[in-house]
Design a protein. Structure first.
Length: 385
């Protein structure tokens, strides 16, 4: 890309993000939804205003932005938070993953879809959108037991989802051997945890030492980029690696009050670009490509989130005013689901078109309707607390 076009495009995107942030403050609409809609209008499904090369930026920007989000989500997995909300975090996260997979699988099978294909789609439906969730929580300005529990759930539910996806892929692909999908899932998760421990341990000890009590912005960039790059190099989950490193820093960096101030300060430009480019990459045609199957898949996931989250909330003994709110709050779905779909499509090429079309369609739907529902749940909880 020519340098003038590159700089002009970045300038317009940042100003568009600023406008979305301002409109969100005025209208109380989620910034995520506004950014996605602006990106959608500018992208291939809208007026196609972005240069073709802009789509090449999405992957590296998304990796950096999501790694930053992962660090901040890992900060919710402190000993204090787990001692207060651990039962709810584990009960809701496990129930929502199992419940979503079972309900989507069962519903699609009853509607006539191949049970193996339905099983993979059920596993893919378990994924949540950590970036959208984190941004909506931050925009709400709320920090209470409900948001702390939500942060903990989002930090680990994709881990359970990846495990379940690996098992489902092994079951469906059994004719080719069980070991491949299971070993791949185990390597991606286990390797990411190990990488997070290796990066997070020294980072917890060293962060803030150059300027006591205050991590430097350069440190934040260095730790985030190092974690993301190593995760890509070793082909493990950068999300899980970032969460693990973030949890290590939050639990062991006791020589200053809060180890994540700098990451919070530097993440906004990356998040703006991430959501704008995510919107630009959405394909509205996918919503209609499979007709009733798309509607059924989206509807089943909504029902599954509501039912399974409520069961998990009751098992987790959350306050009565919050029991009905975790399902709506955990509605967004994005990048992790697309990653699962790509693996499934590569492994099962006969189902590739259906898997990718349904996943992209549900991503469009839940990225647009999910954040407003999450924000409404947060505000409802704040009024009833």
């Amino acid at each position: 890309m020519d340098q003038p076009v590159l700089l002009i495009t970045l300038g317009v995107l940042f100003l568009g993000g600023l406008a979305a942030d301002h409109i969100g403050r005025m209208t109380r609409l989620p910034r995520v939804t506004l950014l996605l809609l602006i990106g959608l209008m500018a992208g291939q499904s809208g007026f196609n205003l972005l240069p073709a090369q802009a789509h090449d930026w999405f992957e590296p920007i998304s990796v950096v932005a999501l790694t930053m989000v992962a660090f901040l989500l890992g900060a919710d997995l402190t000993r204090e938070n787990l001692s207060l909300h651990g039962r709810a975090i584990f009960a809701i996260s496990i129930m929502i993953v199992i419940g979503t997979a079972l309900i989507v699988w069962g519903g699609l099978s009853l509607l006539g879809l191949d049970p193996g294909l339905a099983l993979l789609l059920g596993a893919i439906a378990t994924a949540t959108a950590p970036a959208a969730m984190a941004d909506v929580i931050r925009q709400s300005g709320l920090r209470n037991s409900f948001t702390e529990t939500l942060g903990g759930i989002v930090a680990i539910d994709d881990v359970w989802g990846l495990i379940l996806f690996g098992i489902s892929l092994a079951l469906v692909h059994g004719s080719g051997g069980w070991s491949g999908p299971l070993v791949t899932a185990g390597y991606e998760i286990g390797g990411a945890i190990l990488l997070g421990l290796i990066v997070g341990g020294p980072a917890a000890a060293l962060t803030g030492r150059l300027k006591p009590g205050e991590p430097l912005r350069t440190e934040a960039y260095g730790i985030v980029f190092l974690t993301a790059g190593l995760a890509l190099w070793f082909e493990v989950s950068f999300l899980i690696a970032g969460m693990t490193a973030g949890a290590m820093i939050a639990n062991f960096a006791r020589h200053h009050d809060y180890a994540f101030n700098e990451i919070e300060r530097i993440e906004l430009p990356f998040m703006l670009l991430f959501f704008l480019l995510a919107g630009a990459s959405l394909e509205l045609d996918a919503l209609w490509s499979l007709g009733w199957i798309t509607a059924a898949y989206v509807g089943l996931r909504i029902v599954a989130r509501l039912i399974s989250a409520e069961i998990g909330a009751r098992v987790g003994r959350v306050p009565a005013s919050e029991v009905h709110l975790y399902g709506p709050a955990l509605m967004p779905q994005a990048g992790v689901a697309v990653g699962m779909a790509l693996v499934a499509a590569e492994t099962m090429p006969d189902w590739a078109v259906t898997i990718m079309s349904l996943t992209i369609a549900s991503t469009v739907a839940f990225e647009v309707i999910g954040p407003p529902v999450t924000l409404a749940a947060l505000r409802r909880q704040a009024r009833t607390a």
